[in-house]
Design a protein around this ligand. Structure first.
Ligand SMILES: CC(C)(COP(=O)(O)OP(=O)(O)OC[C@H]1O[C@@H](n2cnc3c(N)ncnc32)[C@H](O)[C@@H]1OP(=O)(O)O)[C@@H](O)C(=O)NCCC(=O)NCCS
Length: 165
């Protein structure tokens, strides 16, 4: 990327959870990312409930010391799902979503050496998100989950990521 934004990834914890709850998407975007708001509240609930019996990892996206987005990773031993990626509406369209995907893929590669693939779902009407994920090497695998197509990025076990530019 020519002009990378300084963006960091941190666990949602007792220090930043209230700031994370303030992350909001536009009303028409909410059905694309979560059934409830704040998105961070849903993420934190799922980390407790553990849907799919996965290991949920609630994360804040931090730029210039402020939380600008939230996301969850949900891990099995061999796969990681990216769930509920939301950039605050006031910070969208500036490349933060793209940088967040890069950070997430790097984080998975570093912390999950047995992960073989990263998965997510995208609403067919969510053109911005589809463009974002396609650019980072994700492709639809022809399957559906919860009414949305599943997109996958295969990782080479023990080696550099495949499918990236
Ligand atoms: C989807 C989302 C995470 C993207 O984050 P972002 O910071 O707005 O995106 P970026 O600025 O990194 O841009 C990502 C891509 O979308 C494009 N884009 C930016 N604004 C756009 C717009 N208004 N319409 C269409 N495409 C747009 C960018 O050009 C970029 O494409 P490129 O990489 O080919 O140049 C963010 O918009 C968001 O939180 N949306 C609401 C929740 C949501 O839909 N989450 C995804 C669920 S799967």
């Amino acid at each position: 990327m020519d002009h990378p934004h300084p963006l960091g990834l941190a666990p949602i914890d007792r220090h930043n959870w209230q700031e994370s709850l303030a992350v909001k998407v536009a009303p028409e975007q909410l059905p694309l990312v979560a059934g409830y708001e704040p998105v961070a509240l849903l993420i934190l609930a799922k980390a407790y409930i553990r849907p799919g019996d996965l290991e949920w990892e609630p994360l804040a996206l931090i730029s210039d010391g402020s939380v600008v987005g939230v996301v969850a990773l949900a891990h099995s031993p061999t796969h990681t799902e990216v769930r509920h990626l939301a950039i605050d509406v006031s910070s969208q369209g500036r490349g933060l979503g793209s940088m967040a995907v890069e950070l997430l893929l790097g984080h998975v590669s570093e912390t999950r050496p047995t992960c073989q693939a990263v998965q997510l779902t995208v609403h067919p009407a969510n053109e911005r998100a589809q463009r974002l994920y396609r650019r980072h090497g994700f492709v639809p695998n022809g399957q559906m989950r919860d009414g949305e197509p599943i997109w996958v990025l295969d990782l080479k076990p023990g080696g550099p990521r495949s499918g990236t530019e």
